[in-house]
Design a protein around this ligand. Structure first.
Ligand SMILES: [Zn+2]
Length: 134
């Protein structure tokens, strides 16, 4: 009696999501990754490079992560901001070790030769916004 070892698989292969569905899932994920931007819907341009960032009513102008990663202090040393704790607050760090971490309200930083304010975001996290007139 002949037995076929080449029977059709019983389970159908799950259909692959279309590119549009994949994009929609990534967008939903990106929005969940911006908890400090409630009401985020769509994007707005980074004021420095024009790249897309999550839209925010409270922060209509803030730098994208790539520009934020290029922030330096008045002496050109790399700086990075973080929350002081889960309760908030802002701390400026020097990843290359020029200075001790500095707790502060906000810090004036430079990105691509322009001045910006680095500060705690209203809903947690940190962000860089155009420098206010002082
Ligand atoms: Zn940018």
């Amino acid at each position: 009696m002949a037995t076929s070892w080449h029977a059709s698989p019983r389970a159908e292969v799950a259909p692959q999501p279309t590119p549009h569905e994949q994009h929609a899932r990534r967008s939903a994920y990106a929005h969940r990754m911006s908890p400090y931007l409630p009401g985020s819907r769509g994007t707005q341009p980074c004021p420095n490079c024009g790249g897309a960032v999550a839209q925010s009513d409270r922060y209509p102008s803030y730098l994208c992560l790539e520009c934020e990663a290029r922030a330096v202090d008045a002496n050109g040393a790399r700086v990075a901001g973080s929350n002081a704790s889960f309760g908030g607050g802002f701390v400026l760090h020097w990843p290359d070790g020029e200075h001790e971490p500095l707790p502060c309200i906000s810090a004036l930083v430079w990105v691509d030769g322009r001045e910006w304010d680095y500060s705690e975001a209203r809903f947690g996290g940190v962000l860089i916004t155009p420098a206010r007139k002082r």
